[in-house]
Design a protein around this ligand. Structure first.
Ligand SMILES: C[S@@+](CC[C@H](N)C(=O)[O-])C[C@H]1O[C@@H](n2cnc3c(N)ncnc32)[C@H](O)[C@@H]1O
Length: 207
């Protein structure tokens, strides 16, 4: 039989704020997994998130790190944009689902390349026009799946979403496509490199 005393909330305990868990404890179980970031990469951006929490955080791509971003940004707004319904289904269970928006990336990377990587040739993912309001503090771009769709549209959306002085992090910057994205989307709009850890590069939006 259940012990009623343990089932009844103790007012003093239930109102006490929980101290935030150390970032190392949150990210250690997922760092370095296949297709994810290393622990050093996660921690590098997570420290920026926690320093600003409660913040407005946009994350392009869901994965086993999604719940960790919500925890690092405790009390803030964390919104995930994801194109793959299978991954939305898998991750919705750990995030409550409400935080994930399904989007479509309609512009193939090769079409953007054929337009000489022009900013004017880019389009936002759909639906994401409402996010291009420069009200977000940080954006983390680790989707869509790089080898197929390309991250030109997600990175472009991130640059239109973050406020002046806000941060955009792009993962997989060792790849040719991501380097083109850095040059033709981030740097072309005046974003400055803040730091680089392994394959993760952080940019600050111009004032
Ligand atoms: C490189 S994954 C990065 C996902 C996330 N940052 C992580 O560490 O698990 C980019 C895209 O691949 C899919 N994806 C997520 N987790 C994945 C995984 N473990 N293996 C393969 N694809 C994954 C999702 O569609 C996601 O938008």
């Amino acid at each position: 039989m259940a012990d009623e005393r343990s089932a009844r909330p103790c007012p003093a305990m239930s109102s006490a704020p929980h101290p935030p868990r150390p970032l190392e404890e949150i990210f250690a179980p997922i760092g370095g997994h296949k297709n994810g970031c290393t622990l050093a990469e996660y921690l590098h951006f997570a420290r920026e998130v926690r320093a600003r929490a409660p913040a407005r955080l946009l994350v392009f791509g869901v994965g086993e790190d999604s719940a960790a971003w919500i925890e690092a940004n405790a009390g803030g707004t964390t919104l995930f944009l994801e194109d793959n319904p299978e991954w939305i289904g898998k991750i919705a269970a750990t995030t409550g689902g409400r935080a994930i928006r399904q989007v479509r990336y309609a512009l193939p990377f090769d079409d953007w390349a054929a337009a000489d990587y022009a900013l004017e040739a880019l389009a936002l993912p759909d639906p994401a026009a409402d996010l291009a309001d420069r009200s977000w503090d940080l954006a983390f771009v680790d989707g869509p799946w790089g080898p197929t769709t390309g991250r030109h549209q997600s990175t472009f959306a991130a640059t239109r979403a973050v406020r002046a002085g806000g941060l955009v992090a792009l993962h997989d910057c060792e790849r040719d496509r991501e380097q083109l994205i850095c040059r033709h989307i981030l740097e072309a709009q005046g974003f400055e490199t803040v730091s680089e850890v392994e394959r993760l590069r952080l940019y600050r939006a111009p004032a």
